[in-house]
Design a protein around this ligand. Structure first.
Ligand code: ATP
Ligand code: MG
Length: 381
């Protein structure tokens, strides 16, 4: 099923283990990615061979002992590297994995092995803990952030019970090493529009890790997320946007970002409001101040904001969304007919309704607007 998509080298490694009489399966994220038609980031093989046996099988390859205590070896290939882990039983190994979508295994001989309904969840776009979510988050609370990361990365929804336990167990994140947290946070930040969605939905969990962000007022928070939503692939720029109204140095030092990253983010934050002018001297002055790479970053941010604004403008016009009193599905006469008196209150109420329509709090439909207007009787009558 996957042979043609699997790198030839990977097949060779699997075949070798089988020839030597060991069980061997591709497991985890790479199978998920193959099913989704994505190029896997990295490859994991789990096998019945113990470390010494794996080393013997691959004596002609470069092999690095990455986690010998846990029985993990990395075999270095020309283009890829493959992590190999020893298992006692495949099912036991898979049952310790975080989410059903990451708990699939595959070998040519057995085909896909799916003990926990991972295939179904991939098809439905659902992130679900393997086994009891609460227990799994107590075992390793980092999984709470991993769920958010996969939700952002894949655009999947988190299953209800899993989500409920994430929220209930969020304080356990205090017990996780900051390096592991920072690594997941970086991945969460770099998914553009989907980052915005998960940061909004799971803000309480993010605040657990970065309590300073809780103090941002709602307007600031929304502006920050909107800015992040137009940048997907530049971690420095996303960090700049996320921390721009917070004590970035203090937080980033705590989160063990390297000195260069912290400094770059600081410089970018200081120049975030720069107004670009098409003038050689101004460009050279800014280049002198922040360097070429950061200049391009700020420019990219501005360009993406313009591009996204253009897209939204066309969407608003194409769908004939209402943004003026003329287009509002209700007018002064309608308000008078339900008992509002002639006068400036009618104008105020219409503007109030228009604002609610613009903010997409209510639909631009007559019955909905009348209903909303009636809530204001007591103020105006
Ligand atoms: P990526 O594309 O980022 O590499 P991935 O799913 O491969 O995503 P990794 O962090 O490389 O994620 O982990 C590989 C596999 O190991 C996962 O798919 C999952 O099965 C398992 N795993 C990793 N971290 C955990 C954890 N904290 N708890 C349980 N299982 C985990
Ligand atoms: Mg991986």
């Amino acid at each position: 099923m996957f042979e043609n998509k699997m790198a030839r080298d990977i097949c060779k490694l699997m075949d070798k283990l089988h020839q030597e009489g060991f069980e061997a399966y591709l497991v985890g994220g790479c199978i998920r990615d193959l099913i989704l038609g994505k190029e896997p980031e990295d490859w994991d093989i789990c096998t019945s061979a113990i470390i010494d046996e794996i080393k013997r099988c691959f004596s002609e390859y470069k092999v690095v002992e990455t986690g010998i205590k846990h029985g993990t070896l990395t075999v270095i290939l020309e283009e890829d590297q493959v992590e190999m882990t020893t298992f006692i039983s495949l099912k036991e190994d898979l049952s310790r994995r975080d989410f059903t979508i990451n708990s699939l295994a595959y070998s040519k001989e057995t085909g896909l092995i799916d003990y926990f309904g991972g295939l179904e969840d991939i098809k439905k776009g659902i992130i679900r803990a393997v086994g009891d979510a609460r227990k799994r988050f107590f075992e390793d609370p980092l999984r709470i952030l991993r769920a958010i990361r996969f939700s952002a990365l894949l655009g999947f929804e988190i299953e209800n019970k899993t989500e409920q336990q994430m929220l209930e167990c969020k304080t356990l994140l205090q017990n996780v090493s900051i390096e592991r947290i920072t690594s997941e946070f970086n991945k969460i930040l770099c998914q553009g529009e989907k980052t915005k969605n998960v940061l909004n939905k799971y803000s309480q969990i993010i605040f657990e890790v970065i309590p300073e962000a809780k103090k941002m007022d709602i307007d600031d928070w929304n502006k920050t997320l909107n800015a992040i939503s137009v940048i997907s692939d530049d971690i420095i720029l996303n960090l700049t946007l996320f921390f721009h109204s917070l004590p970035s140095e203090k937080i980033m030092e705590r989160m063990r970002y390297d000195k260069k990253t912290i400094k770059t983010v600081k410089i970018l934050i200081e120049n975030l409001d720069y107004n670009f002018v098409p003038d050689r001297s101004s460009i050279k002055r800014l280049l002198n101040k922040i360097g070429v790479e950061n200049f391009r970053r700020l420019l990219k941010l501005n360009n993406n904001v313009i591009k996204k604004t253009e897209e939204l403008l066309e969407e608003i016009l194409d769908n004939q969304q209402c943004f003026s009193l003329q287009a509002l599905a209700i007018d002064g006469d309608d308000l008078k007919s339900i008992g509002f008196k002639e006068g400036k209150e009618i104008g105020l109420l219409l503007n109030d309704l228009l604002n609610k329509v613009i903010d997409e709090e209510i639909a631009n439909e007559k019955t909905k607007l009348i209903e909303e207007a009636k809530k204001c009787y007591h103020i105006f009558l």
